[in-house]
Design a protein around this ligand. Structure first.
Ligand code: CA
Length: 240
């Protein structure tokens, strides 16, 4: 499924928790937060977030106990342990309990975000709507590399934002369908966010500049007047 990626932050130290939440929201993630282990476990089981950032030393139920309970409940969320230097963090034990990765505090936000993206790519496996586990998709003269978050065209590479990539995945998964802006918003931005439909138009413009031979006369990402957009990988001449 596309839609905003949901992250649960379980961290009792408020400054760290707030910094994490701010950075994640800024990156476009949908964020839940808990200041202790019991609340963290409750939210994780209730909402099945895509990623859990889990501190170990927590009031009440500690991180290890939360992790064990999550996996006993067969929760598939990616779990990254936030471990403080000098804490009783045993890598092997952590991975046995079902942690996917860990970072040692103080960590750089950039490093954490990079780990998160890598783990999400692994968890997603392939882009929805694509054959097999295709990570690279040709659209006309452009090749979209979903693993590398970029578009290659005429030997040049251009980066794709996470949102542009999710939008493109959504179009690929619904190839040939006339999609309404509001449905695209729901699927790609999620119901809890409230961007205007203009947000989509702006992202479509950006995508067109990256994949269309002539962005002014789109062949792949077509406007459906009065409705929204239709995507065709074969290319259908300009939208008129
Ligand atoms: Ca702590």
């Amino acid at each position: 499924m596309s839609g905003a990626t949901r992250v649960l932050v379980v961290e009792d130290e408020e400054p760290i928790r707030m910094a994490l939440v701010d950075a994640l929201v800024h990156e476009g993630y949908q964020v839940l937060e808990a200041a202790d282990g019991d609340r963290g476990l409750e939210l994780a089981l209730r909402d099945a977030p895509d990623i859990v950032l889990l501190d170990l030393m927590l009031p009440g139920r500690d991180g290890f106990s939360v992790l064990r309970a999550l996996r006993q409940d067969r929760l598939q969320s990616v779990v990254i342990v936030l471990s403080a230097r000098g804490e009783e963090w045993d890598r092997v034990q952590g991975f046995e309990y079902g942690a996917d990765d860990y970072v040692v505090k103080p960590f750089s936000m950039r490093e954490l975000l990079g780990r998160m993206r890598a783990l999400l790519r692994r968890a997603e496996g392939s882009a929805p709507g694509l054959e097999g586990d295709a990570r690279r998709v040709r659209i006309g003269a452009a090749t979209v590399d979903f693993a590398a978050y970029c578009v290659e065209r005429n030997g040049a590479r251009e980066g794709l934002s996470r949102r542009e990539m999710e939008l493109l995945r959504h179009f690929l998964a619904h190839e040939g369908e006339a999609l309404e802006r509001i449905d695209i918003l729901d699927a790609v931005w999620g119901r809890d966010e409230d961007p205007s439909t203009r947000t989509i138009d702006m992202h479509v413009l950006k995508l067109r500049r990256k994949i269309e031979p002539d962005p002014e006369r789109p062949r792949f990402l077509l406007t459906v007047h009065g409705k929204g957009y239709r995507f065709s990988r074969r290319g259908e001449g300009d939208a008129g």
